[in-house]
Ligand binder design. Structure first.
Ligand SMILES: Cc1cc2nc3c(=O)[nH]c(=O)nc-3n(C[C@H](O)[C@H](O)[C@H](O)COP(=O)(O)OP(=O)(O)OC[C@H]3O[C@@H](n4cnc5c(N)ncnc54)[C@H](O)[C@@H]3O)c2cc1C
Length: 525
């Protein structure tokens, strides 16, 4: 397929979910839009895939839970997409017992009491997450508006102690002054480490930034299951973009961008096309290469993703909780505060963590539709394991050997809390292989083009205007600026970018519409 025109109002580089959101908003606003996607399929890290031969199980192969997608984007674009709430928030097994956090208040309180031996931690938990919830309700709506200044965001948060604890001091200080129990502390810290290689007391506060985005989504911080899998979001976004008139060309890589800051030329697989604005859904590191700029430091991801298809859920040592309840929420493994710190230190020294921390999620307990269409698969369960501190450097010398080491260490720890080995529960595909695949940062770089396998394209940023920024420049106001006046980021690398949110796609579209038409976006947001 070739572009219909020689020049467009907007050319978008990348058809991840954010590129599609930007395309849909801009096409609906009457702009001519052309989007190129390098891969044969759109969606980037937000896709469903039939991973195991012989089974029609549509796994959310990469990203799997949704929290940060604002309802306003779903409504604006008329998306047919819903998420389902999990009945359990988290379960953390330790030997033969475990800590359960569920939507049933009394059950959670009883679990805290049994696990920690007193009411203290439960009260601390309620106080802490009560304050976080108030912050979430206030801060989340700001993510789809022009960036506030730091002072304005502090006013929005309206809680000086919480502001200091989340925005100014290493999160470890807040966690240690609030909680005593090592497991409870670890459950809280986990949200600060997902996709981010760091530790509780990192003075750079990257753990605080990661924590913030993990607890404010939707104004509640709830992580929900995408009904129909993550591909359902991408599919409906593609319909929205195409039906508004956007052209989408897949299996076509953009190889160069030239700009004089007013107009741009984009070189793609079959030629060149002109553009007033170029929106880049690829990572900033890729953008630098496309511009021929001196290449910035490559980011490094730090996670292991293991996808499994099970014939049945495994039984647990903990007899207070059944497997359906334990796996309904986020199942924490090796994620006590002490274990998280030890694993970070081991990985930072270049060693596979002896107890690799991980979370496990069972999509099918909340949304069985992803396995329901096929009689061979019906009733089976998908299990997603997201491992932390699997730093890209660990896989540099011997990628396959390190992957095997990491997976084996992780599964050995999982087996230690199960009453039967996880491998006994795995389905077997039509070639006789167990239904399990593992993806490391190099795998994600190869498959998704994520530099260094970094799931957020680069380190997350606090959602306020950087000090030196010019608040009158549309791209800067919306957190999507680059060094060039007519090239904007529209993906995870923007300020307020990481995760499945559509927010940077929306914000880049608003910046384009505002650029040269200052009143348009302000009146229509
Ligand atoms: C294993 C994994 C698990 C995750 N889990 C979650 C989760 O549960 N919840 C959550 O919210 N987030 C999760 N994330 C993060 C989230 O998926 C990403 O931050 C988000 O999908 C980024 O979306 P995007 O559209 O900005 O970019 P991407 O999805 O990275 O899409 C960018 C697109 O640009 C294309 N591209 C790149 N270069 C070019 C080029 N030169 N020419 C043309 N096309 C190009 C790529 O092929 C890709 O399709 C996870 C990520 C991974 C990898």
């Amino acid at each position: 397929m070739k572009p219909v025109r020689s020049s467009y109002d907007v050319v978008i580089v990348g058809g991840g979910h954010n590129g599609l959101v930007a395309a849909a908003y801009l096409a609906r606003a009457g702009r001519s839009v052309l989007l190129f996607e390098r891969q044969p399929r759109i969606g980037g890290a937000a896709v469903s895939a039939r991973v195991f031969a012989g089974f029609d199980a549509r796994l959310s192969r990469y990203s799997y839970l949704v929290s940060l997608l604002p309802r306003s984007i779903v409504n604006d674009l008329g998306l047919r997409f819903v998420t389902a709430r999990r009945s359990v928030s988290s379960y953390t097994p330790v030997g033969e017992q475990g800590l359960l956090v569920s939507s049933a208040h009394a059950r959670t309180e009883a679990s805290f009491a049994r696990f920690t031996g007193s009411q203290r931690e439960f009260r601390a938990w309620q106080g802490f997450y009560g304050a976080i919830g108030r912050m979430a309700r206030r801060v989340f709506p700001s993510l789809t508006r022009p960036l506030p200044s730091r002072d304005e965001l502090r006013t929005i948060v309206a809680d000086q102690a919480l502001w200091e604890g989340v925005f100014e001091r290493p999160l470890g200080e807040t966690i240690e002054s609030t909680f005593i129990d090592d497991t409870v502390r670890g459950v809280v810290l986990t949200d600060a480490l997902i996709g981010t290689f760091t530790r509780a007391h990192d003075p750079s506060l990257r753990q605080n930034r990661c924590f913030l985005y993990h607890v404010i989504g939707g104004g509640t911080g709830q992580w929900e299951v995408p009904v129909g899998g993550m591909g359902a979001l991408t599919d409906t976004l593609a319909v929205a973009a195409r039906s508004a008139g956007a052209e989408i060309i897949t299996a076509c890589e953009v190889t160069k961008i030239d700009t004089d800051d007013t107009t741009a030329e984009v070189e793609f697989c079959e030629g060149r096309v002109g553009a007033r604005h170029v929106l880049v859904n690829a990572a900033p590191f890729v953008l630098a290469e496309l511009l021929g700029d001196s290449t910035p430091r490559k980011p490094a991801g730090a996670q292991l993703k293991v996808n499994m298809l099970l014939r049945r859920l495994p039984r647990l040592h903990d007899l207070h909780v059944g497997p359906r309840e334990a796996f309904s929420g986020t199942f924490h493994l090796g994620e006590s505060y002490t274990q998280l710190d030890r694993a970070y230190r081991e990985a930072a020294m270049g060693r596979i963590p002896s107890v690799p921390p991980a979370e496990i999620y069972c999509h099918t307990l909340t949304d069985p539709t992803i396995v329901a269409s096929d009689s061979a698969t019906r009733g089976m369960h998908t299990l997603t394991l997201f491992g932390l501190h699997a730093h890209a450097d660990l896989f540099a010398v011997d990628p396959e050997g390190a992957k095997t080491g990491m997976v084996n260490a992780t599964l050995a720890h999982l087996d230690s809390v199960l009453a039967e080995p996880i491998t006994d529960c795995l389905a077997v595909d039509e070639n006789g292989a167990p239904c399990m695949e593992a993806l490391t940062p190099p795998d994600l770089e190869r498959e998704l083009g994520l530099p260094g396998g970094h799931i957020f394209h680069r380190e997350l940023a606090f959602p306020y205007l950087p000090n030196e920024a010019d608040p009158t420049d549309p791209a800067t106001r919306w957190g999507v600026s680059t060094d060039h006046r007519n090239i904007f980021l529209c993906g995870a690398g923007a300020i307020r970018g990481g995760g499945v949110s559509g927010i940077p796609g929306h914000n880049a579209a608003m910046a384009v519409l505002e650029d040269g038409h200052p009143t348009w976006a302000r009146t229509s947001i």
